[in-house]
Ligand binder design. Structure first.
Ligand SMILES: Nc1ncnc2c1ncn2[C@@H]1O[C@H](COP(=O)(O)OP(=O)(O)O)[C@@H](O)[C@H]1O
Ligand SMILES: N[C@@H](CCOP(=O)(O)O)C(=O)O
Length: 336
């Protein structure tokens, strides 16, 4: 269920006409997604049928949206396959439907690849690096609104719902992330606009061909390494019914990292900080899932995502980081 706001057919048709996209012939609510109201809209212009996605924003306000929509436009103009927001005659890409902010973008071909192969991970890694480079000259700035300040605010909110072991893990991870974020090397990491939620369900594939990235509504300015870590934490981890839920898949991770670096090699500081950033990415999504699970927005979600998955991912990332640190200490002659 993801139609919170019913958009009357005539109101949608008027907007699509204003955007010079043609005459509306079909409007269908989309039942995936959890954040916004989404419809597929079909229009006909000069005899040609085209598919669009009409979104009514339920959580984000008129102030935050220009950043996301302008970023998508910027990336699309640079050849990155992302949905391009449609503009009216005045060049405006943020519209209003039922008193709420709304946008219309082109519908990407393909479907989400929920069981990605090495080939899919390579394609995503390379495109992510291309997207980071293409965003370098994007002029607008907006922080990642789900970054460290939000983690610091949210941990006390979710703590009452955790058992002792979980509370200890979340507290110690938060302390670790605050410590890492204060380091000069961390502050100097390459930055730019990042997607920050590039999960498997936000990418379209047609077979092995990557058709596009979408759902930029958690984007913001942050380190590129954070974006890569979030992506690795979803695409290169075992999921759900697999016995190894939450564990790292070395083959897929290696493929994604190599493909990313074939476009933009990581700096020495990025390579060193990747284990810490994988932990940060796991903490970020464990927190948001705990929040959604225990404090759901009114009528907002039919099926919140499982927080336990990211608890397992965080355990895995902490374990890996310690093992790596110990092997490095061993290699340098310092006892582990
Ligand atoms: N530009 C697009 N092209 C094709 N499908 C899209 C596009 N945008 C959204 N969708 C479809 O709508 C669903 C919900 O979109 P999503 O952005 O994930 O919603 P939400 O932000 O509400 O969670 C997606 O899973 C996908 O099937
Ligand atoms: N990817 C996040 C939740 C964000 O939902 P989306 O449908 O907007 O991508 C998670 O899995 O926790």
């Amino acid at each position: 269920m993801a139609v919170y706001t019913e958009v009357p057919q005539d109101e949608a048709a008027a907007l699509l006409r204003e955007l010079q996209l043609g005459e509306l012939t079909a409007l269908r609510g989309i039942h995936g997604g959890i954040e916004n109201t989404n419809y597929f809209a079909t229009t006909v212009l000069d005899g040609i049928e085209t598919e669009h996605v009409l979104t009514v924003f339920e959580r984000l306000g008129f102030e935050q949206l220009p950043y996301y929509l302008r970023l998508m436009k910027h990336l699309a103009l640079k050849g990155i396959p992302v949905p391009e927001p449609a503009a009216n005659a005045k060049g405006e890409i943020l519209h209003r439907l039922q008193g709420k902010p709304a946008a219309v973008v082109n519908k990407l071909a393909g479907h989400s690849e929920l069981r990605p192969s090495v080939v899919h991970c390579e394609a995503v890694g390379a495109m992510l690096a291309r997207m980071h480079l293409a965003g370098q000259d994007f002029a607008m700035q907006q922080p990642n609104l789900r970054g460290l300040p939000w983690w610091n605010e949210t941990v006390p909110v979710v703590l009452p719902y955790l058992n002792e072991e979980q509370a200890a893990l979340i507290r110690s991870e938060l302390a670790y992330q605050n410590h890492v974020a204060a380091q000069p090397a961390f502050k100097a990491l390459p930055q730019g606009p990042v997607h920050a939620d590039l999960f498997r369900d936000n990418v379209m594939f047609d077979g092995d061909r990557l058709c596009g990235f979408f759902d930029f509504y958690f984007a913001g300015n942050d380190s590129w390494l954070f974006d890569l870590a979030v992506t690795l934490n979803d695409w290169c981890i075992f999921h759900g019914d697999e016995a190894a839920d939450g564990l790292h898949d070395e083959r897929r991770a290696h493929a994604m990292l190599a493909a990313y670096q074939s476009v933009r090699p990581l700096t020495a500081a990025e390579r060193q900080l990747l284990p810490a950033m994988l932990r940060a990415g796991a903490l970020r999504f464990w927190l948001s899932r705990l929040w959604d699970w225990h404090l759901p927005r009114e009528a907002a979600m039919l099926k919140p995502h499982d927080p336990g998955h990211f608890e397992r991912v965080l355990h895995e990332r902490v374990h890996q980081a310690r093992a790596l640190a110990e092997s490095l200490r061993g290699a340098s002659g310092v006892p582990a």
